[in-house]
Design a protein around this ligand. Structure first.
Ligand SMILES: Nc1ncnc2c1ncn2[C@@H]1O[C@H](COP(=O)(O)OP(=O)(O)O)[C@@H](O)[C@H]1O
Ligand SMILES: [Mg+2]
Length: 294
């Protein structure tokens, strides 16, 4: 395994960070780490990098202990932090050069290709850049030395859709070259688009690990739909996978196992105001499907 944690726990004083996180990332896969804000993604990643000392449990990267061997690990790694500041006065090109030298130089043809594909303006000073353009410099730094492992914390936040597609192509190319990717996200659709396997984290604990398609089909969701008007319970009761339907005023609560499609179709006949679920990313996916169906 390229990344392996065993009951990894990090508390901030008495506050929970992560609790007994056990996960494994295999060589050559794009592994998604999906969970809502505050779930513990950044805490896990920073512990893997040796930035945080675990309260208990172990983290190994390339078979090396994250706490004991951070330098050896960092040499073989490309890392995009969730939030970062770089040297404000340096331009994108100067920043990339600085990090390239730390890695003993990079393949400049590959670096130039990255600059072109991500649409980076290398002459602008970092402090003048928008969030999305700063994020692109972060990606350039993570990718340019062709590391064996990319650890990317919410890499697509702030990227426009075209750059996101280019970024996904870069991930697939890295995977096809046998390199490994571990990326965190709070958006299911993003993870579905590119990951081979996914680990779900919620409230500091691992919920499940599996292939993207398996996760969707095995999942049981408690969902809540709020409509503009009264909706008959019969419209949902008896749909495949739907059980325990409860109605209060214009709000329906139900349990759904398997695909959401029947619920989307049934809801499409009525004006839906709100959809709620604890499943990371499901809200966005459901509302998008509802818009399309109605
Ligand atoms: N420096 C810190 N001090 C105290 N609590 C923290 C700190 N960093 C994170 N936490 C807490 O740890 C939990 C996990 O946070 P984090 O790892 O940042 O989640 P995510 O990256 O999934 O949004 C949250 O409850 C958060 O409030
Ligand atoms: Mg985070």
């Amino acid at each position: 395994m390229i990344i392996e944690t065993e009951r990894l726990t990090k508390r901030y004083g008495t506050r929970r960070g992560i609790d007994e996180v056990t996960l494994a990332v295999a060589p050559g896969e794009i592994h998604g780490f999906l969970g809502p804000n505050g779930a513990g993604k950044t805490t896990t990643i920073r512990t893997l990098l040796g930035h945080l000392r675990p309260t208990s449990g172990t983290a190994r990267v390339f078979g090396l202990d994250a706490h004991a061997d951070p330098v050896a690990i960092h040499r073989r790694l490309g890392y995009l932090p969730g939030e970062f500041g770089l040297y404000d006065r340096l331009t994108g090109a100067q920043t990339a050069d600085y990090f390239a030298r730390l890695h003993g130089g990079v393949d400049t043809a590959y670096r130039d290709a990255l600059i072109a594909r991500l649409g980076i303006d290398p002459g602008r000073r970092f402090r003048e850049l928008s969030k999305g353009n700063k994020q692109k410099i972060g990606l350039l730094i993570a990718f340019q030395h062709r590391p064996g492992l990319l650890i990317l914390d919410e890499p697509t936040s702030g990227l426009d859709p075209l750059v996101q597609q280019e970024f996904q192509a870069l991930l697939r190319e890295a995977r096809d070259e046998g390199r490994t990717v571990f990326l965190s996200s709070h958006v299911l659709s993003e993870v579905e688009a590119v990951c081979d396997r996914v680990t779900l984290i919620r409230d500091g604990r691992i919920v499940r690990t599996g292939k993207v398609a398996e996760l969707r089909d095995l999942a049981h969701h408690q969902v809540l739909l709020r409509f503009a008007d009264t909706v008959p319970v019969e419209a949902f009761q008896g749909l495949p996978g739907v059980s325990d339907v409860e109605v209060v005023d214009h709000t329906l609560r139900m349990r759904v196992s398997g695909p959401m499609t029947p619920v989307v179709r049934a809801a499409a006949g009525y004006e839906l105001l709100d959809f709620e679920s604890r499943e990371p990313g499901l809200e966005e996916t459901f509302l998008r499907a509802y818009e399309t169906a109605s």
